[in-house]
Design a protein around this ligand. Structure first.
Ligand SMILES: Nc1ncnc2c1ncn2[C@@H]1O[C@H](COP(=O)(O)OP(=O)(O)OP(=O)(O)O)[C@@H](O)[C@H]1O
Length: 313
């Protein structure tokens, strides 16, 4: 089956800023896919390219089989989009804005819109300018899903929503995916999307550094805490670490404790096989998606070698 989103080697520069650097990805149908990155990582830039609101400097992107540069109108008609910084007509009533947007979509849009508004507990007679931030977010979501789009794109979807609404909102994304629709969301609220996301992509300074299933990441990545009797044993261990069949994502040291976040394929736990004298204890802990994300984001800035360790000890 063709992917819903296909991005090939997209780059985008704003003057001196390289907002996207050779990003490639494919998003299958029927999943909740989250693009996670820190502020300024390039998430909104990628979304704007997908919707044809920005042209890339290099590369090619397709959404629902349409070319993002040449066929952006087709894309915008078929996709539901909730922007990060929405502009709504302040003077309109909640029902009026639905009626206004219905003109761009097939019959049935307005009826579906009113149903969503009712479900969200919003008063259709209220003026947009009288709504709270969270209520506005709900109006935007209702506007974005009332044509039942095959693909829903959300930029920072939960900002402004209280904890109850946020939970309902994110869970409704899972329900959409269960009916074969696709949800692509960009966020830096990693802990919030963890429960509802099938696949994540980590975007760091314009580069997509990882794409994987959340369940697989959580199965394969562990935080290890090793406690040694003396610094020499700890250093000896660190010197052998590169020979383990492991992807070391982060390693830090506090006194005689070594903390490692590492990925090993399958269920094997190679660190457990460590045979170094002076090892007092070894424990493994599951990682949250937030811990995994943080470890990847800090990866280049926090390497410690055994040489550095010796200096510390
Ligand atoms: N129109 C623009 N002109 C100049 N620089 C821009 C423009 N749009 C984005 N940038 C820059 O490109 C980089 C990526 O911005 P982008 O908005 O895509 O990040 P983001 O991941 O969505 O961030 P946030 O989570 O804070 O919304 C940033 O350094 C930003 O300052």
């Amino acid at each position: 089956m063709n992917p819903v989103i296909r991005v090939e080697n997209i780059s985008k520069r704003f003057r001196k800023v390289e907002a996207l650097r050779g990003v490639s990805l494919e998003i299958p149908r029927g999943v909740v896919w989250a693009l996670l990155g820190r502020n300024g990582a390039g998430k909104t830039t990628l979304i704007k390219i997908l919707l044809g609101l920005l042209d890339p400097d290099d590369g090619k992107a397709e959404v629902l089989g349409y070319d993002c540069q040449r066929e952006s109108l087709e894309i915008r008609r078929r996709v539901g989009y909730v922007p990060e910084q929405p502009g709504l007509y302040e003077w309109m009533r909640v029902d009026e804005i639905g009626q206004f947007c219905a003109a761009f979509y097939p019959a049935g849009y307005f009826t579906a819109y009113l149903e969503h508004i009712k479900k969200f507990g919003l008063d259709p007679q209220k003026k947009i300018k009288e709504l709270s931030k969270g209520m506005r977010a709900m109006v935007l979501l209702a506007l974005a899903i009332s044509h039942d789009p095959d693909l829903l794109i959300l930029d920072e979807p939960t900002s402004g929503l209280d904890v109850i609404v946020r939970r309902q909102f994110l869970e409704s994304m899972v329900d959409r995916a269960a009916t074969g629709k696709t949800v692509f969301l960009a966020s830096h609220q990693v802990h919030e999307v963890e429960r509802v996301t099938d696949i994540v992509g980590f975007l760091k300074e314009g580069r997509l550094i990882l794409v994987d299933e959340v369940e697989k990441l959580k199965r394969e990545i562990r935080r290890w805490v090793l406690i040694f009797d003396n610094p020499q044993s700890l250093n000896a261990f660190l010197n052998t670490l590169t020979s383990f069949p492991l992807e070391i994502i982060q390693q830090t040291r506090e006194g005689l404790e070594c903390h490692i976040i590492a990925r090993s394929p399958g269920d094997s736990e190679p660190i457990r096989q460590v045979a170094i004298s002076g090892l007092r204890s070894i424990d493994a802990f599951p990682c949250s998606l937030e811990e995994i994300f943080t470890a990847y984001m800090n990866r280049e800035t926090q390497p410690i070698s055994s040489q550095q360790t010796e200096e510390v000890s």
